[in-house]
Design a protein around this ligand. Structure first.
Ligand SMILES: [Zn+2]
Length: 81
């Protein structure tokens, strides 16, 4: 007799796994189920790509820091006879 198969991981559980915080009991299902494993790998890839995007995205104060370095030429002090 086969043991009762574990239910497939929900998309939420797959997300947790990709973040490395899924409980070991559920993560073990991935060892047996190529279906869930494929989905989990896909999810992890997406998360890695998102993490990279976030790293390359400018930080919220990026514009402020750029503007602080930009010298806007002013006309004051020009040709005061
Ligand atoms: Zn499964």
């Amino acid at each position: 007799m086969n043991p009762t198969p574990m239910p497939h991981l929900t998309s939420e559980e797959i997300e947790l796994w990709a973040q490395g915080i899924l409980g070991a009991a559920r993560a073990m299902h991935l060892a047996d189920c190529s279906l869930c494993r494929a989905e989990a790998e896909q999810e992890r890839k997406v998360i890695l790509e998102l993490a990279q995007l976030r790293r390359f995205a400018p930080s919220p104060d990026f514009a402020d820091r750029v503007m602080a370095k930009v010298r806007i030429p002013t006309r004051s002090g020009e040709f005061t006879p």
